[in-house]
Write a protein that binds this ligand. Structure first.
Ligand code: BGC
Length: 480
């Protein structure tokens, strides 16, 4: 069955209008974003605001840090263990292994399973690297990249505020995750000590700054979304009077914004009915509003809901097998790679889109109208995500007065979603009124590919923290 072209175009235009964010809307979002960043520095406990978590990194890396550090990267999709040899002179070597998160781990009812799995991966890695036996006379300092919102009273501790990215494991929220990991590490007699708990955005900033002194922000556009930048201690009103004397008022302090929770009060971002549904059906309704509209964990589901709507409206998939409709009614049956593939299809006959429907949804008979519609929608969803994503960057740069700098970005959406970097750069050009014609290489604020934050960044932060420890300097809030 072919669809009336006018009807199809009308439908695409409707979706486009629902998702499009004109520059004036971006302006309003950025303005309110700055307010939320500021409010979070005064009180980060408001569930409707941004936490602005202190990361207790009080130095900029120089590139001359040295030493061997382990990094455990637990970010959302996989688990990775990295051994980083910092050699000084901005040089380093890494060895790493990836471990697939067992199916169902995201929502296991037993928190022990998660921390046991982490310890098991650390053990496997150490054995692999030391086949003749893990050395007993040394302790491996570990940077633990735990990419979820955590309140840190010092650099080597962190209480999980709430799970994000579809995780829902009871007994971890409200707990310090470092002892939970160390219990399992100690049970296995592994010679490991956590010297720093790190957010992936902080790692991205520090790892990139290690080699590029123009870096002022670290961002992740991946399964989740977030950013970090350095504040000056005297701007962080919520810790006034609680800092030890060796952390002066003019010291830099790395802040993990946790801005995935931006606009939880629903004041500025226009939300579509699809956004409302995703939020309502998520394990944590009302939370991570900004993330739910921009991050990889949700973009596939947005596509699913838009496609399903076209079926319900009688426009598309009218002759499809009921199995496809059942699947489209299933949450998370489409992931972001579906959109990336579809967007990357430049062929006349959209053969890759057709193949993607077949591979991902076992739907062999996608019509050319369905393929065309899906490709348009992937572009619409990706464009909104990119334009919205730069609002956090714009707000932090405006707040700090950064006019020429690099923003180090990582995550599958940034790296793999076709046109995402270009659309993000266009969004920045709109907000800062650089004009669309200014060539990218002349953009004063550039989003660049980050160095490996969760591995190398964790190691550099661990080295900075280790150094402070050896110098007898404070690593957190004043002891009561
Ligand atoms: C988490 C952040 C993290 C981001 C990117 C969000 O869901 O709350 O801590 O930085 O995802 O991984």
């Amino acid at each position: 069955m072919t669809v009336d072209k006018t009807e199809l175009d009308k439908s695409i235009k409707k979706v486009q209008a629902e998702f499009w964010l004109p520059t004036e809307t971006l302006d309003k979002i950025v303005e309110y974003f700055i307010e939320e960043l500021e409010r979070g520095l005064v009180d980060g406990t408001d569930p409707l605001g941004i936490p602005m978590n202190l990361a207790w990194v009080m130095e900029y890396p120089t590139g001359d840090e040295t030493g061997d550090y382990l990094a455990l990267d637990f970010g959302g999709t996989n688990l990775r263990v990295v051994m980083v040899h910092l050699l000084g002179g901005k040089k380093l070597e890494t060895e790493q292994s990836f471990y697939r998160l067992p199916h169902g781990m995201r929502t296991t009812k037993d928190r022990n399973e998660l921390f046991e799995f982490m310890a098991e991966c650390l053990e496997k890695f150490l054995i692999e690297k030391h086949p003749s036996g893990i050395p007993e006379n040394k302790t491996f300092p570990l940077g633990f990249t735990f990419s979820y919102p955590a309140t840190q009273s010092r650099i080597d501790a962190g209480v999980l505020q709430r799970w994000t990215k579809g995780f829902d494991i009871p007994g971890v929220e409200g707990e310090d995750v470092v002892p939970l990991l160390m219990e399992k590490v100690n049970n296995r007699n592994l010679p490991i000590k956590v010297v720093a708990l790190i957010n992936d955005t902080c790692g991205a900033l520090v790892a990139s700054r290690y080699v590029d002194p123009l870096t002022e922000m670290g961002c992740i556009f991946g399964t989740g979304v977030n950013g970090s930048y350095y504040e000056t201690v005297n701007a962080i009103k919520k810790v006034k009077g609680q800092l030890p004397a060796d952390i002066p008022e003019d010291s830099p302090m790395l802040i993990n914004c946790e801005y995935g929770s931006f606009d939880n009060a629903h004041k500025v971002i226009p939300r579509t009915k699809y956004d409302l549904k995703i939020d309502a059906d998520s394990p944590r309704p009302g939370q991570q509003t900004f993330e739910k509209m921009t991050a990889g964990f949700y973009l596939g589901d947005l596509m699913r809901l838009v496609l399903l709507d076209q079926y319900k409206n009688g426009l598309l998939f009218q002759e499809a097998d009921s199995k496809l409709i059942k699947l489209l009614e299933t949450e998370n049956c489409i992931d972001t790679s579906f959109l990336s593939l579809i967007e990357s299809d430049e062929s006349e006959d959209l053969s890759l889109v057709k193949k993607t429907f077949a591979d991902a949804l076992h739907y062999e008979d996608a019509t050319s109208d369905e393929c065309y519609f899906a490709k348009e929608v992937a572009e619409i969803i990706g464009t909104r995500a990119a334009r919205l994503s730069i609002c956090g960057i714009s707000a932090a740069c405006k707040k700090r007065g950064y006019k020429n700098c690099h923003v180090a970005a990582d995550g599958a959406v940034y790296l793999k979603y076709p046109n995402f970097p270009e659309r993000a750069a266009e969004g920045l050009a709109d907000v800062f009124r650089w004009g669309r014609d200014l060539p990218y290489d002349q953009h004063p604020i550039k989003i660049v590919k980050a160095q490996d934050g969760s591995g190398v960044g964790a190691a550099v932060i661990a080295a900075l923290s280790h150094k402070r420890q050896l110098q007898g300097l404070s690593l957190g809030l004043k002891d009561e």
